[in-house]
Design a protein around this ligand. Structure first.
Ligand SMILES: [Zn+2]
Length: 426
């Protein structure tokens, strides 16, 4: 049924709906769906999908059974972290089922004066839409929703179950994606349209989040020699962790998946707070950190490495030797993931890409995480991470290319039609 005429009808439906798609993406970007504040967007998304005729399930991370890969959520209530799954369930399905999944949580935007356009304005200029989340990854969410819309507007429907789902926590734990799986949503393939610039993600590194908590002895700065400075102690630990990272990256030079990428393991002290007074040596300091891990390493090994590094640095310090710093695991405890080449799911996506772009689907090896890992690692489902094109994830003037939204929507629609099969809309 998915022949040249069907393709032409679906592509013209994408064009006919494209202004609506861009407006839909603007609506998404205008929700400041920061961590813990995603629910209003998810409520809106649930209504949008219900209006389209999907069966909509809205639930929280607290509503699903526990799982060994659920990561700690420090400072956020799992009961407020809302997930949405919109189900297309044809009678007597004949094709292969599919999950389309995007995350709608965004990272903090930083000082607004550093943005050319306000970060939640979704301003369009010269073919780009600007805004926090416009690129990572609300763009991909618009593509998956409007790919399905176009198939239906063209008079068809997928001949198999399709779950269109938006999740939270991608930027901090991954628990949203895992919650959807634990809620029971499974399929024969999963596509996560992160903004990869029309490339398939071959590998991703793992990630660990942790907080260093360091104490000090507060004294008047006039007698600073009699106290200790928790901020400077934390600084010593940060330097030790950078040295640890250099050692890990030397070993990664022989990693089969990351040998070609210089320093694939990234360490980042991302938040620091400490001290109470400019003329007192600080009695406390906390640093929130992130470090990666490459395939062949488990999260447990990476965490043991962090503990050993911090312990060694503390032992060499006269104060910290007797007042050991604490390590608190605050989020991600993520396995690396390799999408093994050769799956049928990837072959069908490559063919869809080739039919739209006219060439082989490029592949990328990323030094960050994405949610596709859960499918491949724990649920025996190919997790394909492939999506539109943009720039400056997590930075100022984050933006998505408008024309690439259209291209990606064509590829995803082609993929759905080829993987699931088509039938006349019932
Ligand atoms: Zn993302």
């Amino acid at each position: 049924m998915f022949d040249d005429e069907a393709r032409a009808r679906i592509f013209s439906a994408i064009d006919a709906g494209f202004d609506s798609q861009v407006a839909f993406l603007q609506d998404l970007v205008r929700f400041p769906s920061l961590r813990g504040r995603e629910a209003p967007l998810q409520d809106w998304f649930a209504r949008q999908m219900a209006q389209r005729g999907y069966a909509v399930d809205r639930f929280s991370i607290a509503d699903v059974p526990d799982h060994p890969k659920m990561a700690p959520m420090v400072g956020v209530d799992p009961a407020g972290s809302i997930q949405v799954v919109a189900s297309h369930r044809p009678s007597n399905p004949t094709g292969r089922s599919l999950i389309l999944q995007g995350h709608i949580d965004v990272v903090p935007e930083g000082p607004h004066e550093m943005w050319t356009h306000p970060p939640y304005s979704a301003t369009i200029r010269d073919g780009w839409m600007y805004g926090r989340g416009a690129h990572d990854m609300k763009s991909g969410v618009s593509c998956m929703v409007f790919a399905m819309d176009a198939i239906r507007a063209a008079g068809f429907e997928p001949a198999a179950d399709v779950y269109v789902q938006t999740v939270t926590e991608e930027e901090s734990t991954g628990n949203g994606a895992l919650a959807a799986l634990l809620r029971g949503y499974r399929a024969e393939a999963a596509l996560v349209p992160e903004p990869t610039g029309h490339a398939i993600t071959r590998t991703q590194t793992g990630t660990i989040w942790f907080r260093l908590r360091v104490r000090g002895v507060p004294v008047h700065v006039a007698v600073a020699q009699d106290g200790t400075n928790a901020i400077m102690s934390a600084y010593a630990l940060i330097n030790a962790l950078y040295a640890h990272t250099r050692t890990l990256n030397e070993a990664a030079r022989s990693n089969p998946w990351y040998a070609q990428i210089k320093d694939p393991i990234k360490f980042n002290p991302g938040i620091i707070r400490g001290g109470d007074w400019a003329s007192s040596t600080p009695a406390w300091c906390e640093v929130d950190c992130r470090i990666g891990l490459v395939p062949g390493t488990t999260p447990e090994q990476a965490m043991a490495g962090i503990e050993a590094c911090v312990k060694a640095a503390a032992t060499g310090d006269s104060f910290m030797a007797n007042n050991p710093p604490e390590i608190i695991w605050t989020g991600f405890q993520t396995d690396p993931y390799v999408l093994e080449p050769g799956s049928e799911a990837e072959a069908v996506l490559a063919a869809a890409h080739a039919s739209v772009h006219g060439g082989a689907m490029p592949e990328r090896r990323t030094t960050a995480v994405n949610d596709a890992r859960y499918y491949g690692l724990y649920f025996n489902t190919p997790g394909l991470c492939y999506g539109p094109k943009g720039e400056v994830a997590h930075g100022f003037d984050e933006r998505t290319s408008i024309e690439d939204l259209r291209t990606c929507t064509r590829t995803i629609a082609t993929y759905i039609a080829s993987w699931c099969g088509l039938r006349p809309r019932g």
